[in-house]
Write a protein that binds this ligand. Structure first.
Ligand code: SPV
Ligand code: MG
Length: 433
């Protein structure tokens, strides 16, 4: 056998005959090092891996043609090329086009610096394997598989990115929207079942008037067509005696987390701030709700996230901080700190003060008003999750209203047509199988 180092990377959850053939061919070129793409990098461009990294690594280590297995932390090969300096990189020729092209260009450039070679095998996509892959992916929707994924994402990602969903259709947008840029892929990590958007979609105000059964119905609609983790906006959580049942139901159906806010009485939307009467719950009473909720859950996966309304209600940072500490000692798995200010100053100050006392409890933010800050900056400052809580609803409504007005004005739909997607597109938007 020659002494050449050959590198081939995999992001697959399963090994099939096609993979084994490529491994055999690659091993004929030299000593084969297999790169297993990290969970985070796989989740960025396809779906969350069903088989965790360590198990996927074991799978390749058991193949005789494979000399060594290493982790590939990013979709880019840069890190691997710099540390391994492979003589040959093997890849399917499918990456000559599409989102992977910038990755290929980078590989070609880096290899040229030291005379490395890229060997491309013709890519063949087999329907049989595609079908198995699809069936495997559908496993992600099973409640026991879905529920714990939010905790996993929090442990592997610098910041978890969540978007609002209030129907099957918005759920699909959250599930499937991917943006590619320079060989990197971005997508949402999960869904926020906003009380504001769920109520608005039903033509009702955001005052807990849409009852829990109706909220669970929305959860089920979304769950039927998606696989990503779901966080329910649980409003105040209601009476403690009722909240324990809420936790059990949500946990059973596969919801990953509920966020409850420390308000009591008639709940109004936080973004009203002090314009309307809103009452904050006492620390003791809210802690009791958290404690009872945590005691009611059956798995380790489910999360109860305590939402602090002190900044919304002008109670100041000290109040917010002491509540955060109390809620965590009552068992809260994470805290959400809310603000309606346009500037992020009070949020930044809170994060800094909180992180000086608590290094690891996840911090959740809803940057609706202070929206100029990027996710990277929030992560740098110590936040762990951002929720885009209402943007799909707020963008869809004006579009629908403009079209409705255009039809009324023109007594026909022709003028509105250019604002609509084509009939062909809407018919094929959701495939029949
Ligand atoms: C929601 O989306 O319903 C929320 C966040 O609770 S906010 O509307 O900002 O209060
Ligand atoms: Mg809400």
């Amino acid at each position: 056998m020659n002494n050449k180092t050959v590198y081939l990377s995999f992001s697959t959850d399963m090994l099939h005959g096609g993979h084994i053939k490529i491994i055999k061919k690659a091993a004929e070129l030299g000593r084969l090092v297999v790169g297993v793409v990290s969970d985070e990098a796989v989740a960025s461009f396809k779906h969350y891996p069903i088989i965790p990294f360590e198990d996927r690594k074991c799978l390749f280590e058991s193949i005789t043609d494979v000399d060594r297995v290493i982790e590939q932390k990013t979709l880019s090969y840069k890190g691997v090329i710099e540390s391994l300096k492979p003589d040959i990189i093997v890849h399917g020729d499918d990456w000559r086009q599409g989102f992977q092209k910038p990755l290929r260009d980078e590989v070609v450039d880096l290899l040229s610096h030291y005379g490395g070679k890229l060997v491309e095998f013709p890519y063949s996509s087999d329907e049989k394997y595609k079908d198995i892959e699809k069936r495997l992916q559908s496993q992600l929707a099973i409640p026991d598989q879905r529920r714990g994924r939010l905790r996993k994402l929090l442990s592997i990602k610098p910041i978890v990115r969540i978007i609002e969903a209030h129907s099957g259709l918005t759920g699909l947008l959250a599930e499937k929207t991917v943006v590619y840029d320079e060989g990197k892929a971005s997508q949402f990590d999960g869904m926020w079942l906003s009380s504001l958007c769920d109520s608005t979609a039903k033509g009702k105000p955001d005052i807990e008037v849409v009852d829990f059964s109706a909220r669970v119905q929305t959860v089920n609609e979304i769950m039927e067509v998606t696989t990503k983790p779901i966080i329910l906006d649980g409003d105040t959580g209601g009476l403690t005696e009722h909240f324990v049942y809420t936790v059990r139901t949500l946990e059973r159906v596969g919801v990953s987390a509920v966020i409850i806010e420390d308000k009591t009485g008639l709940k109004r939307n936080s973004l009203f701030g002090t314009e309307v009467a809103q009452t904050q719950d006492s620390i003791e009473s809210f802690c009791e709700k958290i404690r009872m909720g945590k005691a009611a859950q059956k798995t380790k996966d489910f999360m109860i996230i305590a939402r602090i309304e002190s900044l919304i209600l002008n109670q100041g940072q000290e109040d917010a901080l002491s509540r955060a500490i109390a809620y965590i000692s009552a068992g809260a798995d994470a805290i959400m700190i809310h603000s309606k200010e346009k500037e992020p100053t009070e949020i930044f100050n809170f994060i800094e003060a909180f992180r000086s006392k608590d290094k690891k409890t996840p911090i959740v933010l809803v940057p609706t008003t202070y929206n100029k800050v990027t996710e990277e900056e929030f992560a740098k400052r110590g936040a762990n999750m951002v929720i885009y809580a209402n943007q799909l609803t707020r963008s869809a409504f004006p579009a629908m209203k403009t079209v409705a007005e255009s039809i009324l004005k023109n007594h026909r739909a022709m003028e509105a047509d250019k604002m609509c997607m084509s009939i062909k597109e809407i018919l094929s938007l959701i495939p029949e199988k």
